[in-house]
Design a protein around this ligand. Structure first.
Ligand SMILES: [Fe+2]
Length: 199
């Protein structure tokens, strides 16, 4: 396989005012495109060309850092676009809400801990909600890393690289994270990934 840039699943201005069209144009068209282009260059000749993206991410981790960085970011961004929607946020769907209650101490604690993970990730990286050994966990990772390489399945992730929020929020990363959870998360897609991970 080769990496391909997916279209955004909504218009560039769909997430405004929480995430502007300008941010999405740069983030999707320039940054994600660069991971795809560079990833394809680095994938050629590795012997991993026939593998799935998830396998390429796991197999390049710790063995081929340049390929891993780009393949990881390709995986992360494919899902990041789908983890957001117009008029997102709001109530968590039933099955996932009760799992958040039992594993993470309820929605309010989950919200606070998820935001804290994003604020606490020093420098570039991601904050995650993931399934590990059948339980929900909040995680954070640097750069292009993700829960796949830590024995877990990501079901929600937020990009805390400055390219994701600096145009709209400048240095106010906590405000961006609050807007992500409260106004942008596509819980239907989180539930879909949760159900796939729980199988
Ligand atoms: Fe990004």
């Amino acid at each position: 396989m080769s990496f391909e840039l997916p279209d955004l699943p909504y218009a560039y201005d769909a997430l405004a005012p929480y995430m502007s069209a300008e941010t999405l144009e740069f983030h999707h068209d320039k940054h994600h495109q660069a991971y795809v282009t560079k990833g394809n260059e680095l994938l050629a000749g590795t012997g991993l060309e026939g593998k799935s993206l998830e396998e390429i991410v796991k197999e390049s981790y710790g063995t081929n850092a340049p390929l891993f960085n780009n393949a990881g970011q390709h995986y992360n961004h494919i899902h990041f676009w789908k983890w957001m929607k117009k008029d997102g946020g709001g109530a968590v769907p039933g099955a996932l809400a009760s799992k958040i209650d039992s594993d993470l101490g309820g929605y309010d604690k989950f919200r606070a801990d998820f935001i804290a993970a994003g604020v606490g990730q020093f420098g570039s990286g991601w904050a995650w909600l993931a399934v590990k050994n059948g339980k929900l966990e909040i995680m954070k990772t640097p750069n292009g890393e993700n829960p796949l390489v830590h024995g877990a399945s990501p079901i929600l992730g937020v990009d805390v690289w400055e390219h994701s929020y600096y145009i709209d929020y400048r240095n106010a990363r906590p405000k961006y994270l609050e807007a992500f959870i409260d106004n942008m998360v596509n819980w239907d897609y989180v539930l879909e990934m949760y159900e796939a991970a729980a199988k």
